[in-house]
Design a protein around this ligand. Structure first.
Ligand SMILES: C[S@@+](CC[C@H](N)C(=O)[O-])C[C@H]1O[C@@H](n2cnc3c(N)ncnc32)[C@H](O)[C@@H]1O
Length: 329
């Protein structure tokens, strides 16, 4: 009689197979992907999975695992396959038609949460999340700042539905209003904090985007004209009339767009209180304008690098802790 197939054996062969298939739709983390996918099939957390490497796996579970491995080898992200992704301390549902939130975007959420806390709850705090997608920024901010009211916009119906559903499942729907709008809703009251992770990949860069991402994720959520700056430029030109005095603006940008967006942002707000932040890989990532239009404006543009982020794993059984299949745009 053949020995039973164990968790360890399955993971080893899956790692090998994904690595080989990866020649077409590369994953640079075949082992990790296999662990998240098998944990999901077996309805356990990744930690639980790793604690039972010698346990046998039923033939039904092996068949289900083979199906999801094929999807992964076909370029679909782990997040789409398991249907959830952790983002700071919330777990979001994701699926086709809506961009999977990237770990890099957590830095923008952390900045906004820190700015909210600095302002305190003395008066109502209004936050705008432009191009909300799954609702990642809006929901994470509302979840961490109980006195913030967030308006989240998108032009894609799938994103609007997904963001509303995530706001409900994370218990913040009463404070997160998801609306269909081109960038900013025209009738909105002024905002204290604005965050935007709009499409910023240039059409000229399409060949550099992960083929799996190109195949499965919504391209309208990624691309913005030839240089990738069209939507950010449009937003910056419209923002001032929607901001309260002394408001903060945080923009996620492409890895080489720092100086261009820094210049645009400074020219719109007529101030030097704008800084560029790089991510852990040393790439341009955020342009942050603090206290713009108000008395607190300070001078001097700076470029800083982020310290490692501390992030909270998702609760056991609520999806993967870190889907590495999700790549930079
Ligand atoms: C790069 S995705 C980011 C999604 C989400 N903010 C995140 O960080 O995961 C950009 C989102 O902006 C939306 N979008 C694109 N153009 C827009 C516009 N003119 N107004 C509002 N949303 C827009 C897209 O539909 C997409 O959901």
């Amino acid at each position: 009689m053949a020995p039973p197939v164990t968790v360890d054996g399955l993971l080893r062969s899956a790692e090998q197979w994904l690595g080989a298939e990866g020649a077409r739709y590369a994953t640079d983390s075949p082992r990790l992907d296999a662990e998240f996918l098998l944990a999901d099939v077996l309805c356990v957390s990744r930690a639980e999975l790793l604690a039972c490497l010698r346990e046998p796996v039923s033939s039904d579970a092996q068949r289900s695992f083979a199906v999801v491995l094929r999807r992964r080898a076909d370029g679909e992200s782990v997040a789409y396959i398991v249907g959830t992704v952790p983002f700071l301390d919330v777990t979001l549902s994701v699926g086709p038609g809506v961009l999977v939130p990237r770990p890099e975007t957590e830095a923008l959420a952390q900045w906004a949460i820190a700015r909210c806390r600095l302002r305190g709850e003395a008066r109502p705090l209004r936050v705008l999340d432009v191009g909300t997608g799954s609702g990642a920024l809006a929901v994470a901010i509302a979840h961490s700042v109980p006195y913030a009211s967030v308006v989240a916009t998108d032009i894609a119906e799938a994103a609007i539905q997904r963001a509303r559903s995530n706001a409900r499942s994370c218990d913040v729907a009463a404070r997160v209003q998801v609306v269909h709008a081109d960038l900013v809703p025209s009738t909105a009251e002024p905002f204290d904090i604005v965050v935007a992770n709009l499409p910023y990949v240039g059409l000229a860069e399409a060949s550099q985007v992960d083929p799996g991402v190109m195949r499965h994720e919504p391209l309208d959520a990624l691309f913005a004209d030839e240089d990738g700056l069209a939507q950010i430029r449009r937003l910056l030109s419209r923002l001032p009339q929607h901001m309260a005095a002394g408001a903060d603006v945080g923009l996620e940008i492409g890895w080489h767009q720092g100086l261009a967006v820094l210049a645009m942002t400074r020219s719109v707000f007529g101030t030097n209180a704008v800084r560029l932040e790089r991510d852990l890989a040393g790439h341009d990532r955020l342009v942050l304008a603090e206290n713009v239009g108000g008395a607190g404006t300070s001078d001097g543009a700076t470029v800083t690098s982020r310290r490692p982020l501390s992030w909270t794993p998702s609760p056991a059984g609520c999806g993967p802790q870190r889907p590495d299949a999700v790549r930079d745009r």
